[in-house]
Design a protein around this ligand. Structure first.
Ligand SMILES: [Zn+2]
Length: 90
């Protein structure tokens, strides 16, 4: 069976795409509310279905990544179970 185009990523392009940026003005972390000075590194994460993005400090972004990894692990386990023909129990 042929597959169409590039393999899509759950965090590619639209929802969840993340970008490291250097703050050009003071910004606040969406999660811990720390204020990040001009010139400091932060991460912009696209909001699904919207034009905007959320800004996180590096420390919070680490947590976001870790949480995402857990979610991906759960999905990977479930798909593996399905492929193996077992019923999904998460
Ligand atoms: Zn933060």
């Amino acid at each position: 069976m042929s597959k169409r185009g590039k393999t899509p990523s759950l965090i590619g392009g639209g929802a969840g795409a993340s970008k490291f940026v250097v703050a050009r003005r003071v910004r606040r972390c969406r999660r811990c509310d720390v204020s990040m000075r001009r010139g400091s590194h932060c991460v912009e994460v696209k909001i699904p279905g919207k034009m905007g993005s959320k800004t996180y400090c590096l420390s919070c972004f680490r947590d976001v990544l870790e949480r995402s990894r857990e979610d991906l692990n759960v999905l990977a386990r479930q798909v593996n179970d399905l492929v193996a023909g077992a019923s999904v129990v998460s």
